[in-house]
Design a protein around this ligand. Structure first.
Ligand code: CAA
Length: 379
């Protein structure tokens, strides 16, 4: 077993850490408060190659491995989870699926600008009545010969307003159930495609979450990904990698909160000494550090399995299940260590606590991860 990172992975982690400190930290409180999408920061992340970091250079990506992706996601998420979710969705749910299953023409037209960060993408699976129960798609894509006629509504779509390219999952043949579902590439601006208002959220408030409405949108046949009826499996496959990204986001939220609490505990005086000298605080820090390390190892293990061509669905679900719980516990304790200061925005930990919650919900709730894991262990 080798636990050390390569020189290249260390450099990438340092680059992400520097970016988070210099580009994400200034303004993060205001962006959260005003629900402002980090547009400039996302543009710069694209210029650095982070938006298509695992895509082959042949298609405009940076050709990095999934371990580097975990490192980058952790560092960015320590500071700004609203920015890091853009990196996660664009890489894992949009670029990955296009690179793995797209035609050469689809890759040239859609993947290259997404991988270069010139455009961003969105993954549209959830619906008002199909969240965890993802096979219950009500959005329809009726086969009209040379095109599909798309009708329906998608909910909770990350990058919903700022994306240019949308991968939309829809039911073509209801009789075939999940084998009658397709994944279609939809462009912003197609006639009949409208974007609802931005959601006013508890956390990741800078992230751009919208409902999308499709009314008789004509999607050319050549925009279907892979063979007819592959849409549901396409969604499940992409989510396996997406869950590594969200697990690493949860890890970053936890480690960001822990680092702030550790530092604060050394500075804050009570009962005549630093609160880090009190065992009540020391035990909290010990639990946080241990759980974060365990979450990090689960994330890196899932990424390593992906990099080595091994199955990684169970590993990514385990990483997400555990890391998201660690994010919740750690951020709550980080606020507690900060006392009253933790309850105000200037100290960052209350935002991290609010941001942590979504990691137990999106890309499959914790309960869904338990379904995936238990099915594997019972096989
Ligand atoms: N890879 C490939 N195929 C898979 C698969 C996988 N990981 N998981 C399931 N499948 C296949 C099954 O083999 C089955 O195919 P066959 O009938 O040919 O064997 C088919 O898909 C249906 O699978 P199930 O019978 O397991 O279906 P199910 O109804 O029991 O649902 C589920 C399975 C795991 C619960 C699934 O519905 C699920 O993952 N739900 C959660 C959805 C989710 O994660 N949504 C997140 C939204 S995206 C988001 O949040 C993005 C964002 O913006 C941040």
């Amino acid at each position: 077993m080798h636990f050390e990172l390569t020189e290249e992975q260390l450099m990438i982690r340092q680059a992400a850490r520097d970016f988070a400190q210099t580009e994400l930290k200034p303004g993060v409180i205001e962006r959260d408060e005003h629900q402002k999408f980090p547009a400039e920061q996302v543009k710069k992340l694209g210029e650095l190659g982070f938006l298509g970091m695992m895509v082959s250079p042949q298609y405009g990506g940076s050709g990095m491995d999934a371990v580097s992706y975990v490192l980058v996601m952790e560092e960015l998420s320590k500071i700004d989870a609203s920015a890091s979710v853009v990196v996660s969705v664009n890489n894992s749910l949009v670029c990955y699926g296009l690179e793995k299953y797209g035609t050469e023409a689809q890759k040239e037209k859609y993947l290259v600008p997404l991988a270069k960060g010139e455009k961003i993408g969105a993954f549209c699976l959830s619906e008002p009545e199909a969240g965890s129960d993802a096979t219950s798609q009500k959005t329809t894509a009726i086969d009209m010969g040379d095109h599909y006629l798309l009708n329906g509504t998608k909910n909770w779509i990350t990058n919903g307003g700022n994306a240019s390219t949308y991968l939309v999952i829809a039911q073509t043949d209801a009789a075939k159930k999940h084998n009658g579902i397709n994944a279609l590439i939809v462009e912003k601006g197609m006639e009949g495609f409208t974007i609802g208002p931005k959601e006013n959220k508890l956390g990741i408030r800078g992230s751009d979450t919208h409902s999308l409405m499709f009314t008789d949108v004509k999607v050319p046949k050549e925009n279907r990904i892979a063979e007819d009826g592959f849409g549901f499996k396409f969604a499940m496959q992409t989510l396996e990698g997406g869950r590594i990204g969200i697990a690493a986001q949860a890890l970053g939220i936890a480690s960001g909160a822990y680092e702030l609490a550790l530092q604060y505990s050394k500075e804050r005086k009570a009962f005549g000494k630093a609160i880090s000298d009190l065992q009540a605080i020391q035990f909290k820090l010990a639990d946080m550090a241990t759980e974060i390390e365990a979450a990090r190892l689960l994330c890196l293990k899932a990424a390593w399995q992906k990099d080595h061509g091994l199955p990684y669905g169970q590993a990514s679900s385990m990483a997400k299940l555990y890391a998201s719980d660690v994010a919740m516990r750690t951020t709550v304790e980080a606020v507690q260590i900060h006392g009253g200061y933790g309850f105000v925005k200037e100290y960052h930990v209350e935002r991290l606590m609010r941001d942590a919650k979504i990691t137990q919900i999106y890309e499959g709730t914790s309960e869904i991860q338990k379904i995936v894991i238990s099915r594997e262990v019972l096989k």
